[in-house]
Design a protein around this ligand. Sequence first.
Ligand code: 13P
Ligand code: SF4
Length: 333
Amino acid sequence: MVHASDPLIASVRKPLPPAQFDTLSREILELKRRHNAVILAHNYQVPEIQDVADFVGDSLGLSQQAAKTSADVIVFCGVHFMAETAKILNPTKRVILPDRDAGCSLEESCPASKLRALQATNPDFYTIAYINCSAEVKALSDCIVTSGNAVKIVEHAPKDRPLLFVPDENLGAWVMEQTGRPMTLWKGNCYVHVEWTHQAITRIRQQFPGAPLVAHPECTRSVRMLADEVCSTEKMVTWCRKTPAKDIIIATEAGMLHRLQKECPDKHFIPAPTDRCACNECHFMKMNTLEKLRDCMTTLEPQVELPPEIIERARKPIERMLEISALPVENAG
Ligand code: 13P
Ligand code: SF4
């Protein structure tokens, strides 16, 4: 059994005192009713936010929910590019987020101007962009992917075009391994997922010899090669439900542990340690708090605003992604 006091384990975030949680969640539910709002939360959000959300999921599930919602206001608890995606799919609706500054290291690594310059070196490039990028980068892309559908979408990409994959080199390399399709990879990465090392994972596996390792494809190859399963955060839930194993090591952001524990109460999840510190939290994701959620639903600010021409151009590759995702497997290739 691993305890929170184990130095290998990430610092345990203090939950809100129950009375404060009850008051805030009551206010949030009332605001939700008043504004006909829907609360979408990513699997990496703090437990309190996950517990009041209408839907908790991965980037793909959240985009699918955003595409079909009938709510007037979308409250997006995740990072900025996720809220932007919801806005692109719902240009006439108000999309708000608890903290406008919640960014992403992958998004930062790929400014639109630099992508445009690379695309100019080969006009044939078919550009596939991981959803973790800005609306401007999406507008320059042919198709968007998430970690949950990247393999399927690359298999569906035109066979006669060279593929450019941005901005995550680790997800891109994993997709190349899965599909056998060469791609030019942008040199970006997730600052959280590259912290896990072969050495640290080997150590925890020795401590829990029978426990399978489930890793996110944003991890480096040296970690992915040790994993029993490499998948998106939502697929982690399905995989962990099915496996007969009781102890499971998880190499992804710490918020996932709350979701997994809720979905699989009979299992024991071990957060994969890193070498340097217990740094498996995305500080961008953790900028959102229950108080900020209540505040943004009170003022309906900050809201996502994007130029109409960017919305129009960015919408096509997102819709292409949603269409291909919905195809049965045999028709998607
Ligand atoms: P998922 O789509 O698998 O939830 O991943 C999102 C993300 O930001 C991973 O770091
Ligand atoms: Fe971006 Fe990494 Fe945070 Fe995901 S975990 S939002 S990829 S910085």
